[in-house]
Design a protein around this ligand. Structure first.
Ligand code: PEP
Ligand code: MG
Length: 557
């Protein structure tokens, strides 16, 4: 049995046969056809028709947004304008391969030039062109494979369109060679509760059909497992499933210290699942997710309806709503200037809202109206707060609208370092470890080449968390974490040891974190946190915490 190491997402374990995701096909050469236009025409028409039929077949087997994506792709494949473009090139002497490649690329450029919704469809054209090319060459189509049985998917990384289409009944586990714990793929795996090991560079060597054990808890992939290892993995998976279906209890440490376990949500429709998984409220409602495809600011009434639906699902419970966090990875055309050179350091979050204060005022109006109609305990917070002055601005404005509890997200190191000053004005702080890590480590959270820096276990990030935890304790103000770090079961214990009182995460992560917290007392959590803080880098912090968590406390003399 051999082992490949990476970063595990969650605590799951799964076993199955490998299926590799085919890589993108190289572009064809523009060499003239040797078989003549008639033969090339038949080849092109058959390949396009096959691809469209395949997309329609797959659309019929799924529902919701996956179905819409596939149906739209089938329609694009059969678009008569595209067929004319392909025909034109074939008549001029091109091969079917070149005609398809060039016609689709030309169509893609015109869609991009139109922008808006059509511009967003440009990437679909690449995907369809690749499928047609694969059919013409008789090789597997790039993208998520469909071998007709459950499998462990091995990929370099997943594109958003691939992830939207993942069939969770078929994909037993996910292994990527690239990406870190806060990559798009990792976030999605956590949301969907997929057993995953990311950043496992050695997975390049895995071959189709070989059996592997994917152990997210240890961040390992075992190849050529023996019967005993397979049995142990199956028993662990069964235990975990049993724990998942047990009625959830409120989050607490082994000594009974409460740690509120809250949900990160992007739309009200996800509230029911969060409640079923035992979410004690909402720690982060990402309002910008409601309006990502909007070209104009949403109306007060549309917003009020969405917030009312969310708050009604959490009657009597805390719901933390973040005002629009537009910019960088989540640009909103009505709030951001698309031409900034460095949008992560630009006018994003509260900065963008302040520049369009009418939009912020409308959002606070909608929140106050929804609050008045419902029984949840509404807290509002601002993203990307950097200064004391911004804190005073936002909390004063929220109170002007009658919103009782107003706080700040700590995502910028400057904000963490002055937490004691900021928290004299704000009612609470919520640490966004995804951005806090990005800005502390100077590593773009979307860039695979610097993914190894983007690790919230880094002691530099942990020191900043400790700073905010200390300030909250000194001033009696609640401090929570709502970044991906809260969903890592051992890091969750470290965060509590650093003074964090509530943890908010994708609902699928709640049960693993609940179980992990219940294994340690408050004293253990502080000791484990100290071990992590004393390390030089993220990997050693994780290792030090793992070893402190498995060794009992030394009794004081
Ligand atoms: C964060 O930055 O940690 C956070 C929770 O916000 P988002 O991931 O939406 O930027
Ligand atoms: Mg953020």
């Amino acid at each position: 049995m051999a082992e490949i190491r990476g970063v595990g997402i969650g605590q799951g374990v799964a076993t199955g046969p490998v299926r590799r995701m085919a890589e993108a096909l190289p572009a064809p050469d523009d060499t003239p056809s040797t078989v003549g236009a008639d033969a090339e025409r038949v080849r092109a028409q058959e390949a396009i028709a096959d691809v469209a039929a395949d997309l329609n077949r797959r659309a019929e087997s799924v529902t919701g947004s996956a179905q819409e994506v596939l149906e739209a792709q089938a329609m694009i494949a059969e678009d008569p304008t595209l067929a004319d473009e392909v025909e034109e090139r074939i008549v001029a002497g091109s091969t079917a391969e070149w005609a398809v490649h060039d016609a689709f690329a030309g169509f893609r450029a015109s869609l991009e030039a139109v922008g808006g919704y059509l511009g967003e469809r440009a990437a679909d054209l690449d995907d369809i062109a690749q499928r047609v090319l694969a059919r013409l060459r008789g090789v597997p189509a790039p993208g998520v494979p469909d071998p007709g049985h459950p499998f462990v998917l091995v990929a370099r990384d997943l594109a958003p369109a691939d992830t939207a289409l993942l069939d969770l009944d078929k994909v037993l586990a996910l292994i990527t060679t690239d990406g870190g714990p806060t990559s798009h793929t990792a976030i999605l795996a956590r949301e969907k509760g997929i057993v995953a090991v990311v950043g496992a560079a050695g997975a390049d060597a895995l071959a189709d059909d070989e059996t592997v054990i994917v152990d997210a808890a240890s961040g390992t992939v075992s190849t050529d497992p023996d019967a005993a290892a397979l049995e142990r993995a199956a028993a662990r998976a069964a235990d975990r499933q049993a724990a998942d279906t047990a009625p959830p209890t409120p989050g607490a440490l082994a000594d009974g210290t409460p740690v509120a376990l809250l949900a990160n949500l992007g739309k009200p429709a996800d509230a029911a699942d969060a409640v079923a998984r035992g979410a004690e409220g909402v720690g982060l409602f990402r309002t910008e997710f409601l309006f990502l495809s909007a070209t104009h600011a949403p109306t007060v009434s549309a917003q009020r309806e969405a917030y009312r639906e969310l708050l009604a699902a959490f009657s009597g419970k805390k719901v933390v709503v973040r005002v629009l966090d537009a910019g960088a990875d989540k640009p909103l055309p009505f709030l951001n200037d698309a031409h900034e050179e460095n949008p992560a350091l630009g006018l994003r979050g509260l900065r963008a809202l302040r520049a369009s204060e009418d939009i912020l005022r409308e959002q606070l109006t909608a929140l106050a109206e929804a609050d008045a109609e419902t029984e949840a305990d509404l807290w509002v917070m601002a993203p990307m707060v950097t200064t004391v002055e911004e804190t005073v601005y936002f909390t004063a404005l929220a109170r002007e609208f009658g919103l009782r509890t107003a706080g700040v997200m700590v995502e910028v190191p400057a904000c963490a370092l002055l937490a004691d000053r900021l928290l004299t004005h704000a009612d609470f702080a919520s640490i966004g470890t995804n951005d806090l890590t990005q800005y502390t480590m100077a590593a773009d959270r979307l860039l695979g080449s610097v993914a190894s820096f983007q690790d919230p276990w880094h002691p530099a990030v942990l020191r900043l968390v400790a700073e905010v935890g200390r300030a909250g304790a000194a001033l009696g103000k609640p401090v929570g974490v709502c970044g991906e770090a809260a969903a890592d079961p051992l890091l969750a214990v470290v965060l509590v040891g650093l003074g964090i009182g509530s943890l908010s995460m994708a609902p699928a992560a709640l049960s693993d974190v609940r179980r992990s917290l219940a294994q340690h007392t408050a004293g253990d959590a502080r000791r484990i946190a100290e071990a992590a803080l004393g390390a030089d880098d993220a990997a050693s912090a994780r290792a030090a915490a793992t070893s402190a968590a498995s060794s009992p406390a030394v009794p004081s003399p």
